[in-house]
Design a protein around this ligand. Structure first.
Ligand SMILES: Nc1nc2c(ncn2[C@@H]2O[C@H](COP(=O)(O)OP(=O)(O)OP(=O)(O)O)[C@@H](O)[C@H]2O)c(=O)[nH]1
Ligand SMILES: [Mg+2]
Length: 1014
């Protein structure tokens, strides 16, 4: 059934059509009857077909037809519906059409028609009511269409979209029955005058004729018009005549240059949908408020600063998109829009949401990112309307509290001077400016993992920093990535005396890439330590060099992204069909939607570069003045409202008290049960039903861990972050002696036991494997009870640090027997590869297997620890796994899969992570079924890295089979697209003679998350 699209795609299309009110129902819409069998498949038995002459509907779409012989027409003279969609017709099959005088519907879309000749062949189809000529090359030979088209007097629907027409035939106005006309995406230089005579018209689509420029006053004549599309037509103003289209229900005006609407616009009293996105509106057009029936209003990407209080008059409004404007306040009355289901406010300047916002309980599509929110705080807003409601109720119960507390993260290479810098800052006492700097007398040891402490930097103003110091040893990167979060102030520390320009990347550039990919728009302060050991000139030169090289790296990255935006733009400028026509083209087969998404992603990356606040601040721990200067600098940055609006967030007093109670000195336990926490809640004045939202806020703002959606963990609150971090730090330890010391300390161990423990440690450092009881020993004194141990292991699993290799499914975990694998420790293991050798299947028989391989590449940086975390994440999907340092072989059911990481080899071959499987061609769906969940799991994980740039490709399975070292790659976006209708094979551009079956490039059902969406 060539007409049938996969159900999901079909649904998407229907939704899109519904949204645009573009459903053309009613009589005159007999869909072409499907003919049996898949395209290209064997013809069904002739016995089941009616005699040809009686056939009423025939679907010949996607058959690669170059012509339709006259005999076919002659034999099918009874046809009423004929689809010749997606063929290769260059000319109208005039001879065949001559016999088809009864045709009511003819679909010639997606062919290669360059003209319609003199039009005689079509004009003969007197009964034609529906004609589609979209996606051809009409206009390529002569600027217009033959006048005889106007002889199709019974025509009701005409689709001429996506051609190259520069004008329409004069007589077109004679088509008195025409209800729907699509002339979008042509090259019309102005609004075609003949259209004004089409008074029966109910739907008109002129979008994408980029130079239409203006509409005539006479458009008022189209009084029956219900749907009018004028997207991207270069309109700078609208005529008053438009306001007389009293029947209009949907009006698309997005992507123009409108600054205002005409005075009479409120005359469009039937309007239900209005799209004014991507225009130049500086003020909210008041006329819109007088359209009481409006259900959908799109005003994204304008320059609106103020919304009128009377917005609430639009009582029927279900959809309101206001993203990417300059809105500072929402009118209080917005909470009266009780029908709202979609509210999109992303990318504005909103700091405070009006009281009673929680009343908008019907809103299911809610976007508020990229606003300087303080009340409710960002963390609450992001969780959705119910959380906002809870916050606002809480605020009404107890007075607001303001407590400035900012996360300060110190990062930089080993021996950069972070620990000493932190000590100097924290011990610096403003009251004794001339005292000796105390810190250097206690040279610190190399730090391990992460250290967290509170620093009251300004007691007067009550400003506290929560300082996270990340040790420079790269083995801690996996764990440290968890603590790079938005809304913190980052201090990147460089040892200036050791610095040489050749080491810019490992000492500075790398950290900026790492941070930037985890925290877009991160605020970074550069500090150069050991200034006392450098001569003045040297100091100046090194600071300047770092400054220059940061600028260069930024420039390179931004230029790279900009050129990608440009490439996507160019591709978008082309027709989708053109993009599908040859696998050589960039973004082969990628849909416009996916391209737009990709562009938005690049633009997001470009707009959210790290914010590097200063040139390098030279610093010596010996110099009191410099210490104080640094402290003042950090304070002034922290208090800058534009940089850290969050610092001024308003919290209900009860939430703040709850936070304090959780951190009081007597709360030293590792975790609290929900009930313990609820008791503290009561002390803070929070009844149990109000505790959840407070805990959720504290979790989101990084104060404690509370996993409200986890089956077991939600019964607990991990309030003691420093102790948790101590535990994490244990698993960063790679020194056998230190580990052994921990195991052997304070227990009475005999020699035999000691040897045994020794083996465990060796095994751990090589294979990352440990039994639970040894983990318990290692974690002494942090862990006292078995419950402690089980909880911590669940937590580590949830964080993606380890997984249980022998946990019995559906049975509770048996602490004593369980073994845990920590993938970041896997050192030199090479997984056994029997199943993969030369495409041999499980039973060892050789067969002609086709390879599927999805490759992710990471041109700037490969997220530290991603491979280890990913290998934990996929554990629930695979069986019989065998892990190597860079590779995992496993099975999904009976199908083998392999996940492999390949580190970068020079700038031209970046780090890659690939997921592969194989199967014979008829069974290739099994291979897709094996890898798709793994791909989706990776996509989910990558969403934790919103500033990361990476690409996804589907490697050509023919190239892979040939063992080509440089296989061709198809765009990864194809994974989230349905297989194109009618296409069976794709030519591999690397080897023109090879055809790749479409089933080896597109999965049977598109993946849910586009690999490139964030
Ligand atoms: N002369 C001088 N020595 C410094 C300065 N800052 C740090 N040091 C010394 O440099 C060495 C490393 O400093 P740390 O503060 O331990 O370095 P770190 O960045 O914490 O290193 P890791 O913990 O390993 O990541 C220590 O011996 C410090 O005493 C400084 O400004 N001047
Ligand atoms: Mg240190």
């Amino acid at each position: 059934m060539a007409q049938t699209e996969p159900p999901k795609a079909a649904r998407l299309w229907r939704d899109a059509a519904l949204r645009a009110r573009k459903l053309r129902g009613g009589p005159g819409e007999p869909e072409p009857e499907p003919d049996e069998g898949p395209p290209g498949g064997p013809p069904p038995p002739a016995a089941r077909r009616p005699p040809l002459g009686e056939l009423e509907a025939l679907n010949l779409s996607g058959r690669g037809l170059e012509e339709l012989p006259e005999e076919v027409g002659a034999a099918l003279s009874g046809l009423r519906v004929l689809s010749l969609r997606r063929n290769r017709l260059c000319r109208l099959p005039a001879a065949a059409l001559r016999h088809l005088g009864r045709l009511a519907e003819l679909d010639l879309s997606h062919n290669r028609l360059r003209g319609l000749g003199d039009g005689r062949a079509l004009a003969g189809l007197r009964g034609l009511r529906k004609l589609s000529l979209s996606h051809n090359e009409l206009g390529a030979e002569s600027p217009g269409l033959p006048p005889r088209l106007a002889e199709l007097a019974r025509l009701e629907e005409l689709d001429l979209s996506f051609n190259r027409l520069r004008r329409l035939p004069e007589g077109l106005g004679c088509l008195r029955h025409l209800r729907a006309l699509d002339i979008d995406h042509n090259l019309l230089p102005c609004f075609p005058a003949p259209l004004l005579e089409l008074t029966a018209l109910e739907e008109l689509d002129c979008s994408g004729n980029r130079h239409l420029g203006a509409l005539p006053e006479g458009i008022a004549a189209l009084r029956r018009l219900k749907i009018l599309w004028l997207s991207g037509t270069g309109l700078a103003a609208l005529p008053e005549g438009l306001c007389q289209l009293g029947a209009l229900e949907s009006l698309m005006l997005d992507g123009n240059q409108l600054r205002t609407l005409p005075a009479g616009f409120s005359g469009l009293q039937r309007l239900k949908m209005l799209n004014l996105s991507s225009n130049l509106l500086g003020e909210f057009p008041a006329a819109i408020l007088a359209l009481p029936g409006l259900e959908e209003l799109y005003l994204s990407r304008n320059q609106l600063a103020v919304l009128p209080p009377r917005l609430c008059q639009l009582r029927q409004l279900r959809t309101l998109w206001l993203d990417n404007n300059r809105i500072r306040y929402l009118p209080d009355s917005i909470v009266l829009l009780h029908s709202l289901e979609e509210l999109v406010l992303q990318g504005n300047q909103i700091a405070i949401l009006p009281e009673g916002f929680g009343q908008l309980s019907r809103v299911t599509l809610w976007k508020i990112k990229d606003n300087p929110l303080i009340q409710p705080p960002y963390e609450v807003c992001m969780k959705g309307i119910p959380y906002i409601a809870a916050y606002q109720q809480e605020l009404a119960h107890s007075q607001p509290a303001l407590k400035p507390r900012l996360k300060l993260v110190l990062m930089g290479l080993k021996d950069a001077g972070k620990t000493l810098l932190r000590r100097c800052l924290m011990e610096e006492d403003g009251a004794q400016p001339r005292g000796p700097c105390p810190a250097p007398s206690l040279p610190p040891d190399s730090s391990q993992g992460i250290e967290v402490m509170d620093w009251t930097a300004d007691a007067e103003r009550g400003l506290t920093f929560i300082v996270y110091e990340l040790a420079g040893d790269p083995t801690y990167d996996v764990i440290q990535s968890f603590f790079l979060s938005p809304g913190a102030l980052y201090v990147l520390v460089v040892n200036l005396s050791a610095y040489v320009p050749q080491h810019f990347y490992p000492s500075v550039g790398y950290f900026l890439h790492w941070l930037g990919s985890k925290v877009p728009h991160a605020v970074v302060c550069m500090v150069g330590t050991h200034a006392d050991l450098c001569a003045e000139r040297e100091l100046e030169e090194k600071c300047l060099d770092i400054h220059h090289q940061i600028a260069q790296q930024e420039k390179r990255d931004a230029e790279g992204l900009q050129s990608l935006v440009q490439q996507v733009d160019e591709a978008l400028g082309q027709d989708f069909d053109l993009r599908c026509s040859s696998p050589h083209t960039a973004f082969y087969g990628v849909s416009d939607k996916n391209l737009r998404r990709k562009k938005a992603q690049f633009q997001y990356l470009l707009n959210h570069r790290p914010q590097i606040l200063s040139p390098v601040l030279p610093f010596s721990c010996w110099d009191h003045c410099q210490v104080r200067r640094l402290r003042d600098k950090l304070l002034s940055v922290a208090e800058h409202r534009d940089i850290f609006p969050n610092l001024h967030r308003v919290l209900p007093k009860s939430w703040q008290v709850l936070e304090e109670l959780h951190f009081q000195p007597q709360a030293q336990q590792l975790w609290l049960s929900w009930w313990d926490s609820a008791r503290l809640g009561l002390q803070a004045g929070l009844t149990e039903d109000r505790l959840q939202s407070a805990l959720s806020y504290l979790h989101e703002s990084g104060k404690l861990l509370y996993f409200e959606e986890h089956l077991t963990l939600r019964e607990y609150v991990f309030h003691n972050l420093p102790r948790l971090i101590d535990i994490l730090n244990v698993f960063c330890q790679r020194d056998a002696t230190v580990l052994l010391q921990k195991l052997l300390s304070d227990t009475h161990v005999d020699e035999l036991r000691a040897t045994q423990l020794h083996h465990y440690v060796e095994g751990f450092l090589l294979h990352g494997l440990l039994p639970a009881h040894v983990i318990r020993l290692l974690l002494k004194p942090h862990i006292q009870s078995r419950e402690d141990l089980q909880l911590i292991l669940e937590l580590l699993e949830k964080m993606g640090l380890c997984y249980c290799v022998n946990k019995p499914k559906s049975k509770p975990l048996n602490g004593a027997a369980a073994w845990y694998k920590f993938p970041c420790y896997v050192k030199n293991e090479v997984p056994h590869a029997e199943a993969w050798i030369n495409g041999a299947n499980l039973s060892g028989q050789s067969f002609v297997a086709e390879q599927l391989q999805i490759e992710y590449s990471f041109p700037f940086i490969f997220p530290p620890g991603l491979f280890a975390r990913y290998s934990v994440q996929i554990n629930s999907h695979v069986v019989q796994r065998s892990d190597g340092k860079y590779q995992i072989y496993a099975y999904r059911g009976k199908v083998p899969v392999v996940v492999s990481y390949r580190p970068a080899r020079g700038a031209l071959q970046p780090d890659t992570l690939s997921i592969a499987s194989h199967a014979s061609l008829p069974n290739i769906w099994t291979a897709w079924q094996a890898i798709t969940p793994l791909v989706e799991e990776l996509n989910v994980l990558l969403q934790e890295w919103p500033g990361l740039y990476y690409t996804v490709h589907v490697l050509c399975s023919k190239c892979l089979k040939r063992g080509s070292p440089n296989p061709h790659s198809f765009p990864g976006e194809l994974l989230s697209q349905p297989r194109p209708e009618g296409l069976t094979e794709i030519i591999c551009p690397k080897n023109g003679s090879e055809r790749v079956n479409v089933a080896l490039v597109y999965p049977p059902t598109p993946t849910v998350i586009s690999p490139c969406s964030k």
